[in-house]
Design a protein around this ligand. Structure first.
Ligand SMILES: Cc1cc2nc3c(=O)[nH]c(=O)nc-3n(C[C@H](O)[C@H](O)[C@H](O)COP(=O)(O)OP(=O)(O)OC[C@H]3O[C@@H](n4cnc5c(N)ncnc54)[C@H](O)[C@@H]3O)c2cc1C
Length: 608
């Protein structure tokens, strides 16, 4: 079937594109101005109060102010301990690449000659993970399996520093965040804004930038990937692949293996896409590169190559089969249908359910289905994949109760069947905390716990897509909830430092009984000019939803870049969402009493 152009008029599409373009420019301009004003205001207020400056307020001129004369990067690298032996010759390529990108955060590493084509460093033994607990006075046999855990170092000391106590201690509290996706970057910015004294917050990610995943399918089809990325904060960021998590440290591959000790860990490594590493759909999330390429300039180029390579594969393929008509499969089919409208390209979207996006309300499903059909996308619903032969490029299907299976030929097969959680690094020590689908189990305080609920790691939190939380099945895989979990984990680290009660997820976010869950809010894009937005059972279809998605994208990118305007925009939006949910959508028996609600936290309990 030939792909059809939009049934609407060309002029109408041009006007809509103009509105979206103007919206992007306006949001960025307004966000830039407001961000500078807010940064200046907070800088002045902090200077007057004599409290430490918010180093990641989003205003580079303020960021660059070194208020106490110390170099935060240095303190991060002081925490590194090299494992095994690495050759001492620094790779000239990596030096050159780093300087081309002008990224100063690596100076410490480069000076310590770790940028080298090293021998594979030896892994720390299991005993390494326990050494800290033993040294800290915990029982000698303390480990994950027997229920005795490493006590955070600050808790072993009588002189914990905090704003509340005003006491001082010499060793900083080390907070490490693994993964700089929606959850990880939120946690990093949140803890930086909290201005905790005597704390070193380190974000570790295998790539050098935040990438806005909800826009990636458009970028993979029509280009523009660069506009979806934002550099991580320069202070307190380390690029490297986390290979192993122990009770008190993580092992990082960054041109050699390093052990990074922590007092608190937030594990936010998200998930990988595609069933296998080499699957074309694996490109949706940045893929792990080979160890010797885990250096910043190389990986950025590799990611770019991966994205452009997929764009070319899509352009070259005549028949594209997409397996899975959830929101990822649907959005990708819609992007291809829009970009290649009027061509001979053929798209077949396959799902075993009888409807696309079967978890969405009927009004959204119907809109999506008729949009796809009107553009010439071939829908094969109620179809079970019997055999996918990648070398022959065929897929055998049982469609409904047809007597004989069908076989389809394809040039490109995109499997959109969900995420594989990135929990390999946890497996050696936390195997008993992994759920059947490989996610990491957490309790309501978001501490990692064993799947039977008996064991709990007090100083290790997990948040976002990587998590199996008992109430999460309905809204798992959404950026907003990854971020709200990050807020709770940060609040609980601060609560632990200040000896205050912990917050629980989700009721300290929603202020309703946990049984009510959390509001489900989603936008499914249909190309650039159409979308379907749902908040629980309310649905908005059409251009208004697409426009809202653009506003969300631009403001999210502002927030990820540390712009305070983006931060406050989302703080207000999240509060508004929860208010609407509480007032209009939750049944009265699951609402908390005003007394309960006032004793609960706000969304950002220490950061408003
Ligand atoms: C195509 C698509 C569209 C989507 N659209 C929407 C949408 O419209 N709205 C919505 O709410 N949600 C959407 N989602 C879901 C949303 O993107 C996820 O819920 C969100 O990204 C989860 O955030 P996270 O921080 O848990 O994980 P991620 O965003 O996956 O971040 C994980 C981070 O960890 C890093 N990492 C992983 N392993 C390691 C390691 N070993 N060492 C170092 N770093 C590591 C990764 O580089 C990454 O930066 C979409 C998802 C996809 C795939």
């Amino acid at each position: 079937m030939t792909l059809q152009a939009s049934p609407g008029r060309r002029a109408e599409a041009q006007v809509k594109l103009g509105v979206l373009g103007f919206t992007r420019t306006a949001v960025n301009f307004a966000g830039g101005v407001a961000g500078r004003v807010l940064s200046w205001a907070s800088f002045s207020a902090v200077s007057r109060s004599g409290k430490p400056v918010d180093l990641n307020s989003g205003n580079s001129s303020i960021e660059d102010e070194d208020t106490d004369g110390s170099d935060e990067n240095e303190s991060i690298f002081e925490n590194f301990e090299m494992l095994g032996t690495a050759a001492s010759t620094t790779s000239p390529g990596s030096r050159a690449g780093a300087s081309v990108l002008g990224y100063s955060g690596y100076d410490g590493l480069m000076e310590s000659e770790v940028w080298s084509e090293s021998e594979p460093a030896s892994r720390p033994s299991g005993a390494d993970a326990l050494a800290f607990a033993e040294a800290g006075g915990a029982p000698a046999n303390a480990n994950w399996q027997d229920g005795s855990f490493a006590t955070p170092r600050h808790a072993l000391s009588s002189s914990v520093s905090s704003h509340d106590t005003g006491s001082s201690r010499s060793d900083p509290v080390r907070i490490v965040i693994v993964g700089g996706g929606f959850a990880g970057i939120r946690a990093k910015l949140c803890l930086d804004r909290a201005r905790l004294e005597n704390c070193v917050v380190t974000l570790i990610d295998k790539k050098q930038f935040f990438e806005y995943t909800p826009g990636i399918l458009g970028a993979l089809t029509r280009g523009g990937w660069e506009s979806l990325t934002r550099s991580y904060p320069r202070r307190g960021f380390v690029q490297g692949l986390v290979k192993r998590v122990d009770l008190d440290s993580v092992t990082v591959e960054a041109g050699g293996e390093f052990r990074v000790p922590f007092d608190y860990l937030i594990y936010a490594a998200g998930g990988a896409y595609g069933m296998q590493h080499s699957d074309p759909s694996g490109v949706i999330k940045p893929r792990n590169t080979r160890a010797r390429h885990a250096q910043n300039p190389v990986q950025t180029v590799e990611r770019w190559n991966d994205v452009v390579g997929t764009e070319n594969e899509i352009a070259d393929a005549e028949h594209i089969v997409i397996i899975g008509a959830g929101y990822v499969g649907v959005e990708w089919a819609a992007e291809i249908a829009e970009v290649y409208a009027g061509t001979e390209k053929c798209i077949t979207l396959i799902d075993r359910n009888n409807e696309v996006c079967h978890s969405l309300p009927a009004a959204a499903r119907q809109h999506i289905q008729s949009w796809l059909e009107s553009r010439g996308v071939d829908l094969l619903l109620g179809a079970r994949v019997l055999n996918l032969n990648k070398s022959d490029q065929t897929v055998a299907l049982q469609v409904g109760d047809e007597s004989r299976p069908r076989t389809l030929r394809f040039d490109l097969c995109l499997e959109c069947k969900g995420l594989r959680p990135n929990t390999d690094a946890l497996r050696p020590v936390f195997a008993s905390a992994l759920s059947g689908d490989g996610r990491i189990c957490v309790n309501d305080e978001l501490n990692v716990m064993s799947s039977d609920g008996v064991l709990k790691a007090h100083n290790i939190f997990a948040v976002g897509d990587v998590v199996a939380h008992k109430a999460s099945a309905r809204w798992r895989g959404m950026a907003l909830y990854a971020e709200l979990q990050a807020d709770i984990a940060c609040a609980n680290i601060v609560a632990s430092l200040q000896d205050k009660p912990a917050r629980v997820f989700p009721s300290d976010v929603t202020h309703v009984d946990a049984a009510a869950g959390i509001p489900v809010a989603q936008v499914v894009s249909l190309g650039r000019l159409d979308a379907s937005l749902r908040l629980e059972d309310f649905v908005v279809n059409g251009f208004a939803a697409a426009w809202l998605k653009v506003v969300m994208e631009e403001t999210k990118l502002l927030e990820a870049a540390g712009n305070p305007a983006g931060h406050y925009f989302w703080q207000i939006s999240e509060r508004a969402l929860m208010l609407v949910w509480r007032k209009f959508l939750v049944k009265s028996e699951t609402k908390q009493s005003p007394k309960q609600a006032s004793s609960s936290s706000t969304l950002m309990p220490f950061n408003s």
